[in-house]
Design a binder for this molecule. Structure first.
Ligand SMILES: Cc1ncc(COP(=O)(O)O)c(C=O)c1O
Length: 383
């Protein structure tokens, strides 16, 4: 198993870090919604000896990471912010800048049925009823594995209320689902890779931010403080507001480099995710398991959330997966304990992400399906 993941020849030739290799003995297949499986190259990038965040070498890496971030969400105009923090920091940044509920905004929430999506007609009705500053959309709802259609919502917003900004929470979607920031008119994309990453479009969101009448109500999370830093790094020189996570940026850079390689292209990667997702979903259906997503066309491609078989709790299934070396997440939300979330997995955090989905030599998908079969048949035979 060791050689499957880290061929020993590579290990000896490249690894100056034997302690890293020794951790592999206990290595499991992690298919939770982050942290996810990453490539060896990303692991090595993360283990790079320390460099100064003000050095020219690091400025080049940071600047390239900013540029490559645009490609993943298909924009040429957005301003990426690579900030140390989790996905929630992305929301804090956005809220601090635009003033959402925590910061005093009035919020209307359009609710979907469990396992469903909000109908675009509901969005249109809301947009006709009053003027909104922002419409936010969760691309993939991580609790249910439901995929929304940001293109349709953005189109309705631009048609009925062109000044309203469209903000996409793509924490669980970037690089496993298609995101066309420029093409669909999304103003801000929020995602994460152990660091908050927001990419507001220059034209709309940045203008709103620049013309705010009140000062931004945050210190660390303020775009104002980070914008000159991002611009400096992108132009090849270092600048300081707060110390960036140097090694995480290196690992992120490595991930983006893999994603932006000619082969497979981003389109091919997305197709591979759809194929992997279909394999897992078919296998689950054959086992009599139902997805939380109520329709196939609203099921995410980077994860699968399944109802437990009748009479079986996710608290029984999760340890059974673990015993077989596969780490899955138990169900969350209103029906706690009744569903679980094996993920084929890729997304948000790791833009190279699809290693489980796109590298069939690893055998992750076969393993997930085999273990799923074993665990479900064991649990149902005990009922
Ligand atoms: C859709 C979505 N948005 C936001 C977040 C928050 O991200 P983080 O836990 O990195 O703060 C998550 C976490 O998984 C998520 O799934």
């Amino acid at each position: 198993m060791l050689s499957r993941i880290w061929p020993s020849v590579i290990l000896h030739a490249r690894s100056p870090y034997p302690s890293l290799a020794s951790t592999l003995i206990a290595r499991r297949t992690v298919i939770i919604p982050g942290p996810i499986e990453v490539t060896d190259e990303v692991l090595y990038a993360n283990a790079h000896p320390s460099v100064s965040h003000m050095s020219a070498d690091f400025a080049a890496v940071f600047g390239e990471s900013i540029r490559m971030t645009r490609d993943v969400v298909r924009t040429t105009t957005a301003q990426p912010f690579l900030i140390s923090g989790s996905g929630t920091l992305g929301w804090d940044q956005e809220s601090a800048t635009m003033a959402l509920e925590t910061y005093g905004a009035q919020v209307d929430q359009l609710r979907a049925e469990f396992g469903g999506t909000v109908d675009v007609a509901q969005v249109e009705q809301a947009l006709r009823s009053k003027k909104y500053k922002i419409v936010t959309i969760t691309h993939v709802d991580t609790s249910t594995g439901v995929l929304s259609d940001p293109r349709l919502v953005a189109e309705a917003v631009k048609r009925l209320s062109p000044d309203t900004l469209v903000v996409l929470d793509a924490v669980c979607a970037v690089a496993s689902e298609d995101i066309q920031m420029d093409g669909w008119g999304i103003d801000v994309v929020i995602t994460a890779s152990q660091k908050g990453l927001g990419a507001p479009r220059a034209s709309a969101a940045m203008k709103v931010f620049e013309t705010r009448s009140k000062p931004v109500t945050a210190f660390y999370a303020s775009w104002k403080r980070w914008l000159p830093i991002m611009k400096a790094y992108e132009s090849g020189s270092a600048a300081y507001f707060a110390t960036p996570p140097v090694n995480l940026i290196r690992a992120y850079h490595e991930s983006l480099s893999q994603i932006n390689k000619a082969s497979p292209t981003l389109d091919e990667r997305l197709r591979m995710h759809r194929e992997t997702s279909a394999r897992i979903k078919v296998a689950a259906t054959e086992l009599g398991l139902r997805q939380l997503a109520t329709l196939p066309e609203i099921a995410a491609n980077g994860m699968t959330a399944l109802w437990c078989p009748d009479g079986v709790k996710s608290s029984e299934l999760v340890p059974a997966f673990l015993q077989r070396g596969v780490v899955v997440a138990g169900g969350l939300g209103t029906r706690k304990g009744t569903h679980f979330r094996p993920r084929p997995y890729p997304p948000p955090h790791c833009p190279h992400m699809g290693i489980t989905a796109i590298n069939s030599e690893r055998g992750d998908v076969d393993r997930i399906i085999d273990v799923l079969r074993e665990v479900i048949s064991e649990a149902t035979s005990r009922r």
